[in-house]
Design a protein around this ligand. Sequence first.
Ligand code: NAD
Length: 244
Amino acid sequence: MSRAVLITGAARGIGRACALKFAKEGWDVIACYARAQHAAQSLEQEIRQMGMQCRCLQVDVTDRAAVHRLVLLAQAEFGALDAVVCNAGIAQQKLFADITEDDWDHMFDVNVKGMYHVIHEALPQMLDRQAGSIVTISSVWGQTGGSCEVHYSASKAAVIGMTKALAKELGLSGIRVNCVAPGVIDTDMNRMHGEDVMHALAEDTPLGRNGTPEEVADAVYWLASDQARFVTGQVIGVNGGFYI
Ligand code: NAD
């Protein structure tokens, strides 16, 4: 029987690469996205062509009721969730002095509270089965702090705290919780940087380049899979050595 994974923010970038990786490994995928409807439809098609089931729905992770419906649908269509990947996230570049209260709240609503909603809704069925794996996505900036990204860095540091605390709380329930902290990855999120900035970041990376969404997806999949059955509470940097 195939296994099922719930992935947030899967229409594009790292989330999409995760969805395709899980499907390639024989998992059914239930996913959500914020806006990119065409991309979501093409993801569903691509995964179905691989012989796996996929539903990719427009669900804002800040909307608790919508997340609740997503998890109910996942259960109804795919049965129990074996893994959850909390990937949906936003970034913003601003001087700290220019960050408004709305900027701050929105960053935490999506990057932290959205993750709380998704895990809180998916957890009861994992607790019932005393099994499951949760992978959260933080960022190298949540580990080191990024200039002009104080609210983003703070939200991604919160993700690490949440991961470690949950791993301790859920270990005896047979549920593992781990985190991937990507370095600079070539996705739409980084389009706000010019090519010169992306080039400079690559030069600051010991492996001499920026990463791909697929390289992050490989780590996410490994953490979710039984290959990592004795791994919990860990933060795995997929950053080319940018932060060691
Ligand atoms: P992206 O902007 O390409 O994709 C983000 C995805 O999240 C999109 O599918 C979007 O629809 C979804 N999303 C955003 N807000 C949402 C909401 N409120 N509800 C539901 N979905 C929502 O970005 P990406 O680079 O693929 O980033 C994925 C994750 O990786 C994010 O959490 C990001 O912070 C993290 N990350 C990215 C990088 C990088 O360099 N790209 C580095 C470190 C961490």
